[in-house]
Structure formats: C-alpha cells, structure tokens
Ligand binder design. Structure first.
Ligand SMILES: [Zn+2]
Ligand SMILES: [Zn+2]
Length: 247
C-alpha cells in the first residue's frame, strides 16, 4: 500500500514536531506524500490553532520543504479549516473541513475537549438532552463542505470521541442515527472524501478510528469514498495503524 498522510499537525498549531522533523520522519517511514494540515486560526479559541501572524510563515516553510525534499517525497500544504474559522483557504493545496465546536447562544463549546464539557453543555443548552446536542452537532457537520470548501471531511463523528469511555449517548438510538444520516446524505452530494481518522486511537481516547463501522458502511453504500488520516500531533504517529484499516 502506498503510504500517504494528509492530516498532520506541526508546531505551527498544536503539534510537537517542526515541519522538517515531520518530513524527515515521513521519508523514513516510506511515505510518498505528506500533507500538512495545521489548525486554521480561530479568534474565539486560540489555545490550539495557528496564530494569525504565523500563517504566511507556515505556507513559506512548507513550500521551502517541498523544494528541498522534491524527488524524495511530495510535500503538500493544506489546512484543517474549522467550521467557524474566517481565514481564507484559497492558497492551500487542499482543505480538510472539520467541526470542533458547537455554537450556541454566541458561545463556542468544544466537542473534543472532554466528556464533562459535553455533559455540561447538554445541561446548559439542551435541557439535559444529549441527543439534541448530537443533532445540533450533525446539523453543523452536514454544512461543513459548503462552509469551508473542503475536499476532505474531517473526523465525521468527532462527537463520539469520549463515548467509548464515558457512555454519553447510545449510538444505536434512532435520533442519533437519523442525525448522522442526514449529515452524511448532505455531504455525499458534495463529492468530498470522508476521513478514516486514527488520531483518537493514537492518543488513547478510542480503540477504533473515526467514523464508526456503521457510518462507514452507510457512506460506502451511498457511493462515498474514504482517505486514511493519522491526524498526528507528532512525527512518530504519521500513518498510525493505517495497515489495520480498509479504504
Ligand atoms: Zn480536527
Ligand atoms: Zn486534526
């Protein structure tokens, strides 16, 4: 299998390795393509995104690495564009569109922070109804390609990040199924590719990659396609467990 990874975070956002360290690791691991996808700038939460003043440097540095290592590996400069990011994506080789927040009453609630944040958000904004929260999440996800112009849909069911360990909701519940199916149908019309994302496995939150097997089957049956993503925040986790996944 040709090894390629398009979902990689460096020190430009919340990764721990520099782009060059990542390229060298990618060459070492035998990748033919490495695509950087640091987090787009989000003014309302700057804890993990690329600072606004670093955006030009990011593109310049990845571009320089592309030249330096041409012939050894293809280096691409992408961006993981959050649904609520406002920066232009025009100058990138590709865009991963991801929903990391629920916006309720002008507040941005991170869906991948921890289980407690989701429980509190359900209490505060959805009368304790976790299914209403998942419905709001998938309503946003269904719109992510239109909003971001993405060609790759990031971690479709990120809302399940803590579900395996904390049992926040039942993934076989009719309301949950209806919510993700509506989002998937909407996104399937766009022709964008869905990720099989092993990031939460490499970081110990889940034992299986996003999305769930049931969601993958639905997407496949409806003509959608997948790309493998490591969503790595370190050079060592590039292409994490790709050999265990099927496209
Ligand atoms: Zn993400
Ligand atoms: Zn990511």
């Amino acid at each position: 299998m040709e090894l390629r990874d398009f979902h990689v975070h460096s020190t430009y956002s919340d990764g721990i390795n520099t782009p060059e360290e990542i390229v060298l690791s990618a060459i070492d691991k035998g990748l033919t393509v490495i695509g950087f996808s640091d987090h787009s700038f989000t003014a309302f939460d700057q804890s993990y995104c690329m600072p606004k003043e670093k955006i030009a440097d990011y593109r310049a540095e990845i571009s320089a690495l592309r030249e330096k290592y041409s012939g050894k590996i293809t280096v691409l400069c992408g961006i993981e564009q959050d649904y609520y990011a406002k920066e232009s994506t025009a100058k990138y080789d590709y865009v991963i569109g991801s929903v990391h927040y629920l916006k309720v009453k002008e507040q941005y609630i991170p869906v991948d922070e921890d289980a407690e944040t989701l429980k509190k958000a359900a209490e505060q904004f959805f009368q304790g109804d976790m299914y209403a929260l998942t419905e709001a999440y998938y309503k946003t996800v269904g719109d992510v390609v239109r909003k971001t112009g993405a060609t790759i849909i990031g971690h479709f069911d990120l809302i399940t990040k803590f579900n395996e360990q904390h049992h926040l909701f039942d993934e076989t519940h009719p309301r949950y199924r209806k919510a993700w199916k509506n989002a998937a149908r909407e996104l399937l019309k766009s022709g964008a590719i869905f990720e099989i994302n092993t990031g939460a496995v490499s970081r110990g939150y889940r034992t299986t990659a996003y999305p769930s097997l049931e969601i993958r089957q639905f997407i496949r049956e409806h003509g959608g396609s997948f790309v493998l993503s490591g969503d790595s925040h370190s050079a060592e986790n590039l292409c994490f467990r790709f050999e265990q996944e099927n496209l």
